[in-house]
Design a protein around this ligand. Structure first.
Ligand code: GLN
Length: 530
């Protein structure tokens, strides 16, 4: 029987519920259990695919093409399980599906209400995760903070599931802030008490409190939280800030969170094997020398928009005991005039994915600078497209070369829309998810992946236009990866330079701790070598 762990957040958002849940997942997985994770988000967008990354961070893409919340990236990186579309559900999707059923007459003339119709829909998602994942434990995170109006139907659904299945099958973990007041030099438990009260008013008594604090705290505070929140004292888990999120599994292991869970849910744990995590943490702590990477993007004021890219670079750095320093270059402000000043001395240039016109000319200039100065370049998705446009304009001498995403009338549409995709409907019409790239022997890509194919995730609408393949090759570009079934370009290289590689797919979504994606590793090694 699948057991459930529900993770709620208290007092403020941004406490790292996702990291806490993932870390617990690591402990349980490494104790021999099969784990599945999912997230419920209270917002009304049907999925995060159309939300501006400034608002909500990056869109994380799953193998099956789900456009999901960035927390799914944490889940996958921590528990190293490929999750699915079903791992991310917004309130919008729940309402949408409910209303669709209503329109189709599925409710047989009944009044459709939040309780029971919306809550039943939420419960169905949870049962479905059970059946599809066949996991021993499903960990479900509820986005937002307890007390938000939007999250109430979710909490009500969880309350019902606990009632149906019992305490030995369903567990509530509340991650809440324990603030430290500098003026009086003490921790304050009152906010936690209030958020537990809020949960109680919804009929939920948490089983565990993970107290998130700036630093470690004394036993007497655990006693106080225990007494006032009716939780046994060993179930109050300390989780102080850490300089790396990858240390959190080891922190909560000290608090025995996995054992507490196993006891309540009557799970048999094998010995918890954390050698890999300890190796990672060792590598992190030993990474003292710095490698600098210039990232030319348009959301440089908010790095959450490029979270998986950053984590992938960091993982690659840890492999060779290097800490990565990110230099953010705002593509919107990059011009022919300031290009040199902005990028002079850059050791490696990365242009990540993106949509729309903003910043594209700046990204094209960055690709040019990297090519002309033999600076290691990694282009991702739009980063590949701009490298091709730049090459067409400045090497093949087609000055109006462009992508039809931005200039639909160019005579040289180097990047063009795929047949059958329509431009008007921007939600859910992209090439999404996993496709197999065949790698050409003798290329950098082939030598990095060390195999004939690479399975990687996509999220884009436009493709390299095959009519230009020949002229690119004649001018020195190598198409080192192709999606053979539809003859689409997946990877380009410019072998004249030491490392100039760009992919139509997103290698950042398959990087894992201790297992960085080969393109990132190649890029970081190339920077290090220089
Ligand atoms: N805007 C481009 C496209 O739709 C690139 C997308 C991306 O970088 N993810 O093809």
């Amino acid at each position: 029987m699948t057991k459930h762990i529900f993770i709620t957040g208290g007092v403020v958002s941004g406490l790292g519920k996702g990291i806490t849940g993932s870390s617990l997942g690591v402990l349980l997985k490494n104790s021999g259990l099969k784990i599945f994770m999912q997230k419920f988000d209270p917002y009304l967008n049907i999925d995060p695919g159309t939300i501006n990354p400034i608002e909500h961070g990056e869109v994380y893409v799953t193998d099956d093409g789900g456009e999901t919340d960035l927390d799914l990236g944490h889940y996958e990186r921590f528990i190293d399980v490929n999750l699915s579309k079903n791992s991310s559900t917004s309130a919008g999707r729940i309402y949408y599906e409910t209303l669709e059923k209503e329109r189709n007459g599925k409710y047989g003339g009944k009044t459709v209400q939040v309780i029971p119709h919306i809550t039943n829909e939420i419960k169905q998602k949870i049962y479905k995760a059970e059946v599809e994942s066949k996991a021993d434990v499903v960990i479900t995170e509820i986005g937002g903070t307890v007390g938000d109006i939007e999250s109430q139907p979710f909490l009500e659904a969880l309350r019902q599931i606990r009632m149906e299945k019992g305490k030995e099958n369903v567990m509530f973990i509340h991650v809440a802030l324990l603030p430290y007041l500098k003026v009086s030099g003490e921790f304050k438990t009152k906010p936690i008490q209030h958020s537990v009260k809020e949960l109680l008013s919804l009929g939920i008594q948490p089983d565990v409190i993970v107290a998130r604090s700036e630093m470690e705290f004394e036993q007497k505070l655990k006693d106080k939280i225990s007494l006032l929140c009716s939780i046994s004292v060993e179930n109050v888990i300390e989780c102080p800030d850490s300089d790396s999120i990858y240390k959190v599994p080891l922190i909560i292991e000290k608090g025995n969170l996995h054992k507490i869970v196993a006891k309540q849910l009557t799970l048999n744990l094998k010995e918890t094997k954390l050698e890999d995590w300890k190796k990672l943490v060792n590598n992190i702590d030993n990474s003292k020398d710095i490698l600098t990477v210039h990232i030319v993007g348009k959301y440089v004021e908010l790095s959450d928009a490029y979270l998986s890219v950053m984590e992938s670079l960091k993982f690659s750095g840890y492999e060779i005991n290097k800490k990565i320093k990110f230099v953010w270059v705002n593509a919107r402000k990059l011009t022919e005039k300031n290009l040199k000043a902005e990028l002079e001395g850059a050791k490696g240039i990365l242009v990540p994915g993106g949509f729309g016109e903003d910043g594209v000319e700046g990204k094209i200039l960055a690709a040019k600078y990297a090519r002309e100065n033999n600076i290691p370049y990694l282009g991702i998705c739009l980063g590949m497209q701009v490298a091709c446009i730049e090459f067409a304009r400045n090497v093949i001498k087609l000055p109006d070369a462009h992508t039809t995403e931005i200039n639909p009338h160019t005579k040289n549409p180097i990047i063009d829309i795929m047949e059958g995709k329509n431009r008007e409907n921007i939600g859910g019409t992209l090439r999404l998810g996993r496709y197999v790239t065949s790698l050409k022997e003798g290329t950098i890509a082939h030598s990095l992946y060390k195999q004939k194919t690479a399975i990687e995730r996509h999220r884009h609408r436009y493709e390299f236009n095959n009519n230009f393949r020949k002229v690119f090759e004649d001018n020195g570009i190598v198409f080192s990866g192709l999606y053979l079934e539809q003859d689409l370009v997946e990877i380009i290289e410019y072998p004249k330079n030491d490392f100039f590689v760009a992919a139509q797919y997103h290698p950042e979504f398959t990087s894992r701790p201790n297992k960085p994606n080969p393109l990132f590793m190649g890029f970081i090694n190339a920077i290090n070598k220089k």
